[in-house]
Structures are given as structure tokens and as C-alpha cells.
Design a protein around this ligand. Structure first.
Ligand SMILES: [Zn+2]
Ligand SMILES: [Zn+2]
Length: 333
């Protein structure tokens, strides 16, 4: 699998965006011939800098230390601790999405700098629940997203507490404890690609996934604004904890990584500026292309499923032409 960068030409695609960040790059771990230095750089950028990955690891540790009930308290199923799990998901999610939305869209602190789409979010449209994009996105994220996220996560804690799901302790097995974090990232990417492809099958698209795609111009609250059927499929990936030995911190991280990460990746801005300086990498052009062109980039940049299955859009004019052709083939027009 060669790196396609030497063939990359933005072409007219560059003019279709307020900010085009250049070629979309995938995890070089799977490139052929091997690119060890690129792989090291890739993982250093993810794990040794302020990114959504490191922020969610930190949030998981803090959440476990100060908020999540200990496993002993979750041996018996009680709604009081399930409510606590729901809050441990709601509070960081609402904080991240709320603050990011206020910063970027309400206060417009960086105006259009680093913003992919020139347009703002839709304030009023009958397409949305409550006829308002933000209210629509908040409603589906909280009522369905955080509730079903909790509905899949709480049984994992209960199973861990009762010995039905394997638990490890960081002090006894530190190497495995660390390894589970990247394993979860790769697992989520694999799972998401296939669930997402299924959601683009016309039946599932019409009845479920279209709700997420109302958001052509995405914002932080669009991240997990999805139909309950999509949430049901999306959160089945918590099942990995019944097979792979993990710790409650991993379960928290797993939830944050696949729910708070989309808050940032749907923010619509490549970078968040504070005091006129780029402070945090936020948006994900790979997924922004999916929201504009639909039938491309179903997965994430962590696993090159899209390249392997011919659905990768690298941000070039050629990528758009290929996607239009594929769409015509899919819908027979
Ligand atoms: Zn999306
Ligand atoms: Zn989609």
C-alpha cells in the first residue's frame, strides 16, 4: 500500500472551502513499504500532545477518581448508580460541546479562521427538530446519545463488578493497561467503519442516519446527534469489554473517545485559537468531506478501511470526481 501523497493535487477542490487543510492523511502504520518514522510521528502527535485522545484519557482518569462509583458499589443493579454513570457522560460532553459552541459560533472568537465551511450553522429550518439546528443537535445528543451510551456502558460495569467481564489492575499489569488504550482506538475505528457503511444502505439511511446528515454544515453538538437506531448500533462496540481484559478507566475512556472526540471532529474548525494562537487541533477534514459528499470516508483516519475498499476521499478534486462517480453507480443514475 503506497502513500499517495506524490499524486496529490487539490485542484478546484481548494476553492470550494473557506479553509482547505491539504491532503488528508491516514495512519501510516498500514503503509507499504513500512514508514517507521511517519508511524512514530503519527502516534507522538496523538499521544504526546494536547489532542482529543489525551484529553479523553485524562477525563477518564479524573472521572474514575472523583465521580464514578467503585465497582463494589455496582455489584447490585441500582438506578442511583446508573444515574451517576449517565451524569459522568453528560457533564464532560455538555461542557466540551457547550464551551466549544459558545467560543466558535456564539462569540465567534476566531471568526472564520481555520473554518472549513464559510457558511454559519442553520438557525431556523423545518428540517430540524424544534426547527433549529442547535436545539435539534442538543436534543438527540442528550436524550438518545448519552442515554444509550449509558445503557451500553452500565451493564459493562455491572458485569465487571460481578466477574462476568474480565478486569485488570494497572499495578499488576501496567503494560497491558497502557496497551488497551490504542487497542480501543483501533477497535472503535474498525467497528465504526462497518456500522457506518451499513447506515448508508438506503433503508438504514432513510430511517436513521439521515438525521445525522441533516447537518451538512456541522458544529460541536452535531458530533453524536444521531437517531436512536444509529446509537444502538454505534454503542454495541462496548461488547469488547466482555472479551478483552480492561479496567473501568478504559470503559470511561472508550465512551469519551467515541462521543467527545466527535464533538471536536464535528466542530467545523481545524484549529481552536485562544489569544490568536492555535491551541488545540479540533476538526477532522476527513469526516467533514463525508458530510459534504456523503459516499466517502465512512471510517476514521486511524484505520485505512476507506483506502482498502475504494471509498477514500483525500481532499483533492480527483477525490470528489471519484465520489460523484461512485454515488452515481450506487444510486443507478
Ligand atoms: Zn458526522
Ligand atoms: Zn454518514
Amino acid at each position: 500500500m503506497s502513500d499517495a501523497s506524490e499524486d496529490f493535487e487539490i485542484g478546484r477542490e481548494g476553492r470550494k472551502w473557506n479553509h482547505h487543510p491539504g491532503e488528508v492523511r491516514l495512519n501510516p502504520l498500514f503503509a507499504w513499504p513500512p514508514q517507521p518514522m511517519s508511524v512514530l510521528r503519527w502516534y507522538a502527535n496523538y499521544w504526546l500532545a494536547v489532542t482529543t485522545t489525551t484529553v479523553t484519557v485524562l477525563a477518564a482518569i479524573v472521572g474514575w477518581l472523583i465521580f464514578l462509583p467503585p465497582l463494589e458499589a455496582m455489584v447490585e443493579w441500582r438506578w442511583s448508580w446508573v444515574l451517576r454513570v449517565w451524569l459522568s457522560n453528560l457533564i464532560p460532553h455538555a461542557l466540551c460541546a457547550g464551551l466549544l459552541h459558545i467560543w466558535l459560533y456564539r462569540w465567534r472568537q476566531q471568526d472564520l479562521r481555520w473554518k472549513f465551511e464559510a457558511r454559519g450553522q442553520t438557525q431556523k429550518s423545518s428540517v430540524y427538530t424544534f426547527k433549529n439546528q442547535i436545539h435539534d443537535n442538543m436534543f438527540w445528543s442528550i436524550a438518545s446519545g448519552i442515554t444509550l451510551w449509558t445503557a451500553f456502558q452500565a451493564p459493562v460495569y455491572w458485569a465487571m463488578a460481578n466477574g462476568y467481564a474480565p478486569v485488570i489492575h494497572p499495578a499488576e499489569n501496567p503494560a497491558w493497561f497502557i496497551a488497551v488504550f490504542p487497542i480501543l482506538v483501533v477497535w472503535s475505528s474498525l467497528h465504526f467503519y462497518w456500522v457506518h457503511r451499513l447506515l448508508h444502505v438506503p433503508f438504514f439511511y432513510t430511517h436513521a442516519h439521515a438525521l445525522h446528515h441533516r447537518n451538512v454544515n456541522v458544529g460541536p453538538w452535531s458530533g453524536i446527534s444521531m437517531h436512536p437506531l444509529e446509537h444502538l448500533l454505534f454503542y454495541t462496540n462496548f461488547a469488547i469489554h466482555f472479551v478483552v481484559a480492561s479496567h473501568p478507566i478504559h470503559v470511561l475512556f472508550h465512551g469519551y473517545m467515541q462521543s467527545i472526540h466527535p464533538v471536536f471532529s464535528h466542530s467545523g474548525f481545524e484549529w481552536v485559537e485562544i489569544g490568536d494562537k492555535r491551541r488545540a487541533k479540533a476538526g477532522d477534514f476527513f469526516h467533514q468531506l463525508h458530510h459534504r459528499y456523503f459516499e466517502c470516508n465512512y471510517g476514521t483516519v486511524e484505520m485505512p478501511w476507506d483506502r482498502w475498499f475504494g471509498t477514500f476521499h483525500d481532499g483533492s478534486e480527483q477525490g470528489s470526481r471519484d465520489t460523484v462517480k461512485r454515488k452515481a453507480k450506487m444510486y443507478g443514475s
